[in-house]
Design a protein around this ligand. Structure first.
Ligand code: 0GY
Length: 305
């Protein structure tokens, strides 16, 4: 047996005992952004990783799913596993029709491997531009991947910092697949929602029919998790940003937990509180149904939509 690596210094483990949310998720809710970490003894982390997390395996993910009242998950390959999709695929297969996957692949991936991933439930690849997580990939390599996956009907999930959008958006717009952006493009929520940075992001979304995950308030927030009123209303500084996206692009917004919440430094969110954040972003029942059920079902289970 190989030696297990210790967690990165200061690593925060996922919440052991999340509260039961007050907000009842509608039937068929999909968590479109979550990960599995290992377990390391069975699925070793990639040598090129930039962090070593705690274990967060499929059993814990499914337990959280059931605790929160989520119907289905989209398991996104985490960078700590590099392009070895085994842990993600194992989780997606184990969930049967209750999960889909988003993979990381290399430019030399062959047709048989893509077909095997498709059969397992993978429906997209993730391109990551966050420098603390990955070394940059040449755009030609990424374009080659996008061209290989387009015929399968897959999409590309984009993870980038908002400051990098001006340099990247031309490349994104040239890709031949649907685009999905993680965490609202990581806005600086101390800037006005009508300010130049977020306005540019909204124009990019509009011009390219981009899907947007209104995820990770805990990652974007400066005011933090303090519940300031009786409605478990945490991460209030993120609300205007999420609400704007839900109002403008109601048929292309997606929600997710981001469990097991990699690389947080100041607190670990109570996943129940993250569910209670949803009605602050999407106040009407129709907005909630589109965000939580209709949109993700159309993207990941199109035969049912
Ligand atoms: C997220 C965010 C992060 C990490 C990863 O794959 C990953 O390692 O996505 C992050 O550190 O911001 O979406 O989970």
């Amino acid at each position: 047996m190989h030696l297990l690596s210790p967690k990165s210094p200061g690593w925060l483990d996922w919440h052991p005992d999340p509260t039961v949310p007050s907000f009842r998720l509608p039937a068929g809710t999909v968590d479109t952004h979550c990960h599995v970490f290992g377990p390391q003894a069975r699925f070793p982390f990639a040598p090129e990783r930039k962090y070593t997390p705690c274990d967060g395996g499929k059993e814990q993910l499914f337990a959280l799913r059931d605790h929160l009242g989520i119907r289905r998950n989209v398991v996104v390959q985490a960078t700590c596993h590099g392009a070895d999709n085994s842990a993600m695929v194992d989780a997606v297969r184990a969930a049967g029709d209750r999960a889909r996957g988003v993979a990381t692949v290399r430019p030399d991936v062959d047709a048989a491997e893509l077909q095997a991933l498709h059969s397992a439930g993978v429906r997209g690849v993730r391109f990551n531009f966050v420098r603390r997580l990955v070394n940059a990939s040449p755009e030609d390599d990424l374009r080659a991947i996008a061209e290989r996956i387009a015929p399968l009907g897959w999409h590309v999930v984009l993870y980038f910092e908002s400051a990098d959008l001006p340099a990247l958006e031309g490349f994104f717009a040239s890709l031949p697949t649907p685009l999905v952006v993680d965490h609202m493009g990581r806005p600086d929520v101390t800037q006005p929602v009508d300010g130049p940075e977020f306005s540019r992001f909204l124009r990019f979304v509009d011009a390219n029919d981009v899907w947007v995950k209104v995820t990770c308030p805990e990652r974007l927030s400066v005011t933090g998790p303090a519940a300031l009123d009786g409605q478990r209303n945490a991460y209030t500084d993120v609300v205007p940003f999420g609400r704007r996206v839900v109002e403008e692009f109601g048929d292309r917004v997606l929600w997710g937990t981001d469990w097991p919440h990699p690389n947080l430094t100041d607190h670990m969110p109570d996943d129940g509180l993250l569910v209670d954040h949803i009605p602050h972003l999407a106040p009407t029942e129709e907005q909630q149904r589109r965000l939580l059920v209709d949109n993700p079902t159309r993207l990941y289970w199109p035969d049912e939509a």
